[in-house]
Design a protein around this ligand. Structure first.
Ligand SMILES: *Cc1c(COP(=O)(O)O)cnc(C)c1O
Length: 370
């Protein structure tokens, strides 16, 4: 079965092999050496002055960032399931918040955000996704973050980059917490979250420590010494080291270029067989299609052709399908996934099969070759 869901993504064989070593103890010089290497590599990839690794899924890092950085009132952007989660975290912790709600295909506007900030000067934190995975949408994080900092440098910007880190080079100039998780572009099994922090975020965390397991001040103190406050996710960190080394073989730039090239070629192919891309501003992490028969298309792709693509969530559960584009993906695998979608359209009587999806994908993917 080909796993084409936008998280978890399939783990490459080289990484699975790297993780198949006997468990090593986390309080040892051997593990601290591995931790140090990964930490330094992550600081570079995330392009943030400080980075923390937490043994949790991505949502744990979202919670950690909110409780450690928001001291009075949060502004949360809800353009999908994951943006909605920011509000739920605030609620669970009794943190006051204002939510800006958008349809799942619509990115947040700079205007709405700056208006909300002007209306409520107690807001000290903005929580937003870079890619909102519910609808495969890309927010204008660069424009939004800059506009927020123009209003006040003290407003902390928490960016959920769970499906953006490792997908594209992110401009982190105005971001204070950049969150990601192991099971998306890093292609590891789930269970490791990472947070990149700005200098201002570090100061804020150290000045008013908060929480117990997710107390980032105690993690900062430990992780700067290449250890963790509690037992580290040793196996996943070993896998992450192997994955970053795999990416580094051809270079990070190439990794990003391939991701972008493939995202656009897949989009062309889907459109060429008459499918409608759902979000107004598609992210590169996945291709999201709106179709009344999305559920049936996915079911045929899975049962007949061995391709597992994701559906939507909530009301859009059966109306969207999402094809992952994060990580190292072999062109023949995505070509097969697109072919499966086209064959499903044929079977459902939507469009006669003629191999267009594959032809358009391949022509676009290799358009630079001479
Ligand atoms: C996957 C995802 C999450 C949730 O991460 P978990 O690891 O399931 O907790 C959060 N935000 C976005 C944008 C995601 O894609």
């Amino acid at each position: 079965m080909l796993l084409f869901t936008p998280g978890p993504t399939p783990t490459p064989e080289a990484i699975r092999v790297a993780m198949s070593v006997p468990t090593i103890h986390h309080r040892t010089p051997e593990f601290e050496e591995i931790f140090k290497i990964v930490r330094e590599k992550l600081i570079k990839i995330m392009n943030m002055p400080e980075v923390l690794m937490l043994a949790s899924s991505g949502s744990g890092a979202m919670e950690a960032a909110i409780i450690n950085l928001c001291k009075s009132h949060a502004l949360t952007i809800n353009a999908g399931k994951f943006g909605e989660r920011f509000g739920k975290i605030c609620k669970a912790h009794g943190i006051a918040y204002t939510e800006l709600k958008y349809s799942w295909d619509t990115p947040a506007s700079v205007f709405d955000i700056t208006n909300a900030l002007k209306a409520n000067p107690t807001i000290d934190t903005l929580c937003i996704q870079i890619c909102e995975s519910a609808g495969g949408l890309r927010h204008d994080i660069e424009g939004i973050a800059k506009a927020v900092k123009d209003i006040s440098k003290d407003i902390m910007i928490i960016a959920d980059g769970i499906t953006a880190v490792g997908v594209e080079k992110i401009d982190t100039t105005h971001i204070d917490a950049l969150i990601t998780g192991s099971q998306k572009a890093f292609m590891l099994p789930p269970g490791l979250a990472m947070i990149g922090l700005s200098g201002a975020a570090v100061t804020k965390i150290e000045n008013s420590p908060k929480g117990f397991y997710f107390n980032l001040a105690s993690e900062l103190k430990n992780q700067r010494k290449n250890t963790t406050a509690y037992t580290a996710a040793t196996t996943l960190i070993i896998g992450l080291k192997a994955m970053i080394e795999l990416i580094e073989k051809e270079g990070l730039e190439k990794f990003y270029d391939d991701t972008k090239n493939r995202a656009l070629a897949v989009k062309e192919a889907l459109e060429a067989v008459g499918l409608a891309i759902y979000p107004k501003t598609p992210a590169l992490a996945m291709n999201t299609v709106y179709n009344e028969k999305a559920k049936e298309i996915r079911s045929i792709a899975k049962k007949k052709y061995g391709v597992n693509i994701a559906g939507g969530q909530d009301e859009l559960k059966d109306k969207l399908f999402r094809i992952n584009n994060m990580g190292l993906i072999a062109p023949h695998e995505i070509a097969w996934a697109l072919n499966a979608v086209e064959l499903a359209l044929n079977e459902l009587g939507i469009r006669d099969y003629d191999g267009t999806a594959n032809r358009v994908f391949v022509a676009n993917f290799f358009r630079g070759e001479k």
